[in-house]
Write a protein that binds this ligand. Sequence first.
Ligand SMILES: *[C@@H]1O[C@H](CO)[C@@H](O)[C@H](O)[C@H]1NC(C)=O
Length: 373
Amino acid sequence: MLSFRQLLWLFFNLAFILLSQCTHAKDLKSSCHTCKQIADNFIKGLDQTKKQNFGGGNTAWEERALSKYETSEIRLVEILENLCESSSFDCNHMVEEHEDHFETWWFKRQKKHPDLYKWFCIDTINVCCLKGTFGPDCNACVGGSERPCHGNGVCDGDGTRGGNGRCNCDHGYKGEFCLDCIDGYFNEIRNDTFSLCTECHSSCKTCTGLTNEDCEECKTGWGEDDEGACLDVNECLNDPPLCKEDQYCLNTDGSFSCKGCDKVCSGCTEAGPDKCQSCAPGYQDTEGTCTDVNECEQPEAVCTAGNQECVNNKGSYICICASGYEEQEGVCVTIPDHVDHNHELNPNQVKYTVVTTTVTEYSLKYCRCSCIR
Ligand SMILES: *[C@@H]1O[C@H](CO)[C@@H](O)[C@H](O)[C@H]1NC(C)=O
């Protein structure tokens, strides 16, 4: 039997191994990505340095100078310097680590192996694989390296030394080989190596063809008719109604929604003040449309307390104190005479005005003097 300490030790070691393998697998994919960027930037660098040290003329001397520069160490260094963003640690690290390989390729392999990506990333530093292959030994992806996942998905680790080669199917496809269709799709074409999944009619949960007559099973909100086709269920005919009293029901394909009635309505069949079942309190039916009742113009007065005035608003009215009166403890009382300040001279105000004027004049004079001088 294993002791508790031994078990613990085993557990931590296992966890460590699993964890390091996970990060390692991710590193393998990103190393290839970094390498691919480096190779791409090298080709860009070649292009950018093509016409350098070349005056544009075509004298014999210039042509000789150019051909010398084309394969020179100076040009290589210039390209190497611009391979990575200065902030990218992985890129700079990879270039530094393999600087001698770039030199080898530049001077000795370029002619025979013009594809730098293949020579450097796949065959020399072994961080990438050819398209359609994956993993340490560049094995073929599921479905084969020609058409990984039968063209209906992405092979995990495709083109890198990482991943597991399994398929991540495109939308509509499922299964290890991405040849099966998900619910709501059917196989329009299918053999051992090829599959085309097409979307079913919107009424079908599963189907064998394009129309609503080809459903194997209807989606919820749809029901089979006598001929076996899936048709929309009108939920708005449901008894009891599915919407609240101040709402109307809107049927949609496969579903329905409840919408609020106009606020002048008490119950309605559609949107708008002319689609009410009856009018809300404070509104009356005027030729089929619910309109506001003007309570202030009713024969019987509604604001009955002394010195009140009636003000109509939508759906109701309010009673306010008439002009010259103000509300105090629920009754309208006369506003005491107030002093009209506009016509009374305020000694402070006058004094203040004088001071301001003086200051302004002083600054004006001062300005004039200094300006002339
Ligand atoms: C499978 O179908 C595709 C497309 O129709 C066709 O190109 C291919 O030759 C077929 N393969 C076989 C084995 O029948």
